[in-house]
Ligand binder design. Structure first.
Ligand code: PHE
Length: 454
């Protein structure tokens, strides 16, 4: 039996629109803002290696699993999990896995939107010449002044959230597809151009060595957990985004091939961003472990130094904004579809309601960089804590449960038919990865992180 059900919310018009939209959801701030600063904080190459291994061994099979569950269930993640659990005579409580993912999406979006706001602000500020001729200290001073001003950050966060709500309200066909189609390739071209610029700084080798030369002395439980969390975050796994996008996928499309394309595109863009940023870091004597401010303190410097830098800088931040935008709509989609399906709300109302809740939650992050900067729990401010909980705990844990469900509870025939791998070696490879490798690897990383294994 194949999935003949169609989603209440629409369907992608072809396999390529699915690939584009899913890549749009995957590629975002995670690749260009987060990957470089995490790699910088966790010592570079060791982190990158664990990240790449996680993408290959956990990310790709997990993405296939989520697309498959979504296409089979064709509902909001909570109801998709419920109907699949019922179909396989398992407990209905599996629906809470879908619900937890939906919640994780809202929590992530609450801070994602604040950083999206920074991007908006930086497009504007680059355009008005704020970084013209600025030195490294100047650029970093401007960043600190900016995030130190709660009202400004709040304003940009609100604008970004509003942009997200508007697109989500228009639904899957019109809103999501149109936004994704043209601007992603432009971002890649611009990033490659930045790598070209970085090569002229004379520090490309240092940058490449930092990302790729193996150095296991920096590998700790914490950095492994961060690398695994980042693999999930960057591929949008473990929370239902891919499930919901899969639910709009027409039957008959190869899930394996599609997932591999999306994962490769996402990972390449992160690595390219790293290659663009680290040479600039080393050429200017900056700190690779600067944290969330990293790209906002390095790229404006490059734009200040290159010819046509203002124009290129504005274009870069606008394209990054679009990438963040196509991800933000996917973060809130599970919540919106849940409200539509559970309470029969209109899409418009569901988008406004979930957007407002996220917007208010975002205040915690807005204030983390100024008036609440000194409030710390476990030595983390609100933003750090939220990010740690969502990326490093909730996403991988969501993934672990999805792997257990697909590997151990869902009937083989179901996954075999949905994946169309017909029991060949491809299917056995996927099944082995999802049944044994993914759960065991995740448990090992968790055990390292809490110090049970050393
Ligand atoms: N993958 C997105 C990024 O890298 C963020 C995201 C996470 C989107 C989870 C949806 C779900 O920016």
């Amino acid at each position: 039996m194949t999935s003949e059900r169609t989603s209440l919310h629409g369907q992608w018009s072809s396999r390529w629109t699915f690939i584009l939209a899913t890549t749009g959801a995957a590629v975002g701030l995670g690749n260009i803002w987060k990957f470089p600063y995490l790699a910088g904080e966790h010592g570079g190459s060791a982190f990158v290696l664990v990240y790449l291994i996680c993408v290959a061994l956990l990310g790709i099979p997990m993405m296939m699993a989520e697309v498959m569950l979504g296409r089979r269930g064709r509902q909001t993640p909570m109801y998709t999990m419920r109907s699949l659990a019922e179909e396989t005579h398992r407990s209905r409580h599996w629906q809470w896995l879908g619900f937890a993912g939906t919640l994780t999406g809202v929590l992530i979006l609450s801070y994602y939107s604040v950083i999206g706001g920074w991007t908006l602000a930086y497009a504007f500020r680059t355009g008005t010449g704020a970084f013209h001729d600025a030195s490294a200290e100047g650029v970093s001073g401007l960043f600190n002044d900016f995030v130190g001003d709660p009202l400004a950050v709040f304003g940009w966060h609100s604008l970004f959230m509003l942009m997200t709500m508007v697109v989500v309200a228009f639904g899957v066909q019109k809103g999501l597809e149109r936004a994704t189609k043209y601007l992603m390739p432009a971002l890649v071209v611009l990033l490659l151009g930045l790598v070209g610029y970085s090569a002229t700084t004379g520090y490309m080798l240092e940058g490449v060595a930092f990302i790729f030369a193996p150095d296991f002395s920096r590998l700790t439980g914490t950095s492994m957990l961060a690398a695994m969390g980042q693999a999930f975050f960057s591929l949008s796994l473990g929370m239902g985004t891919i499930m919901i996008y899969g639910s709009y996928l027409p039957a008959g499309v190869s899930i394996a091939r599609t997932s591999i394309i999306v994962a490769l595109a996402d990972t390449s863009i992160a690595v390219i961003a790293g290659l663009a940023i680290f040479p600039i870091v080393f050429a200017n004597g900056l700190e690779p472990g600067a944290g969330p401010s990293l790209i906002f303190e390095t790229l404006p410097l490059a734009f200040a130094q290159m010819t046509g830098g203002i124009l290129i800088g504005v274009m870069f931040f606008i394209l990054l904004l679009v990438a963040a935008w196509t991800s933000s709509i996917s973060l809130i989609e599970p919540a919106v579809t849940l409200l539509v399906e559970k309470f029969r709300m209109t899409r418009l109302r569901a988008s406004v309601l979930s957007g407002l809740v996220t917007w208010v939650l975002g205040l915690g992050t807005v204030f983390s960089f100024n008036i609440w900067a000194d409030y710390r729990i476990f030595d983390k401010n609100f933003f750090d804590l939220l990010d740690f909980l969502t990326s490093n705990i909730m996403l991988p844990l969501g993934g672990l449960f999805i792997a257990v469900f697909c590997g151990w509870l869902l009937a083989r025939e179901v996954s075999q038919t949905e994946l169309r791998l017909d029991g060949g070696p491809g299917f056995h490879l996927w099944h082995g990865l999802i049944r044994y490798v993914a759960p065991i690897a995740m448990l090992i990383v968790f055990a390292y992180a809490v110090g049970v294994i050393r």
